[in-house]
Write a protein that binds this ligand. Structure first.
Ligand SMILES: C[S@@+](CC[C@H](N)C(=O)[O-])C[C@H]1O[C@@H](n2cnc3c(N)ncnc32)[C@H](O)[C@@H]1O
Length: 193
């Protein structure tokens, strides 16, 4: 079996890509990650989802398409300029809240309902405030991270941070996990206790 090279992209995807190019937003998640995200989200009817690192809204578009009508989605990013694209695009979608915030602060002080899935696509929630982020996942919920295989835009020293993160996460006895040498390098976790 081959990877699907004809992935059907979500609504608004093309316009988000176009707006991303205009803003020189160079960190979009790839199609395979998006497709997996949509599939996972669709497994959680009336779900509660957190997208850390809105960017221009590409991962949000996949989550929005996987989520059913009674789901709720929060997306956070520190960069209001990138995020404005997502705000304009999804303004009519009442399931979605887009917050402009520093992820470290947001994750530290959030005291609302736990999440069925967290996609951590920024430093906060992944390399920073990791324990607090994992606390926010329901038992049975998913934690997904990408960009674990070497990427051209990695800053110096990032590779050892990734190795340390992977090792830390593998020690967690409250999650089961699968690694994917696929897409940009993913790890998928399900909370078991
Ligand atoms: C890899 S991009 C997100 C890509 C997006 N999820 C997508 O699918 O296209 C990482 C994002 O994290 C945001 N970011 C960086 N530092 C942050 C922080 N401290 N808190 C929240 N967001 C941050 C950046 O502005 C950037 O938009």
């Amino acid at each position: 079996m081959l990877d699907d090279e004809q992935i059907i992209v979500p609504k608004y995807y093309a316009q988000l890509l176009e707006a991303s190019a205009k803003l020189q937003f160079s960190m979009p998640s790839d199609l395979k990650t998006g497709s997996l995200l949509r599939t996972l989200v669709a497994s959680k009817p009336s779900g509660h989802f957190l997208d850390i690192g809105t960017g221009t809204g590409l991962s949000l578009a996949w989550i929005a398409e996987g989520a059913d009508e009674s789901s709720r989605i929060i997306s956070i990013d520190i960069n209001a300029d990138f995020q404005q694209v997502a705000i304009d695009t999804f303004s009519d979608d009442l399931r979605i809240s887009i917050d402009t915030a520093d992820g470290n602060e947001w994750l530290t002080f959030y005291d609302g309902e736990q999440f069925d899935l967290i996609f951590a696509d920024a430093m906060p929630g992944k390399f920073e405030v990791l324990d607090q982020t994992l606390e926010l996942i329901k038992v049975g919920g998913f934690y997904l991270i990408d960009d674990l295989l070497p990427q051209p835009n990695w800053p110096e020293g990032h590779s050892s941070r990734v190795d340390a993160l992977v090792e830390t996460l593998k020690q967690r006895s409250d999650f089961v996990q699968t690694t994917f040498n696929w897409s940009t390098g993913l790890m998928l976790f399900t909370k078991i206790k």
